[in-house]
Write a protein that binds this ligand. Structure first.
Ligand SMILES: [Zn+2]
Length: 90
């Protein structure tokens, strides 16, 4: 059995590949349709749904935001709010 920590993912910010355990998983929280989609950090990797991976670094989050990478990776219809993820990294 392959441990989840050994899974290789691509950072949506810098596009470098890394072990999933080195990346922060983020998922879209669809429970606030009035305010749009918010991304929430999932450090325990337990939340359901499609996730995207990013290095837990402000530079990678910023790169992903500029390139609208989360919207693409999570197949969202609009640009998500990254505040919760940014707060988590701060
Ligand atoms: Zn990165």
């Amino acid at each position: 059995m392959v441990r989840r920590a050994d899974v290789i993912r691509t950072c949506v910010g810098c596009r470098n590949r890394a072990s999933a355990s080195e990346l922060l998983r983020v998922v879209a929280n669809p429970e606030t349709p009035a305010t749009g989609v918010r991304l929430v950090p999932d450090p325990a990797r337990k939340l359901p749904g499609r996730g995207a991976h990013v290095h837990p670094a402000p530079e990678c989050l910023e790169q992903a935001r500029r390139r609208r990478a989360f919207k693409r990776a999570l197949r969202l219809s609009s640009e998500p709010d990254l505040t919760a993820v940014a707060d988590f990294l701060a």
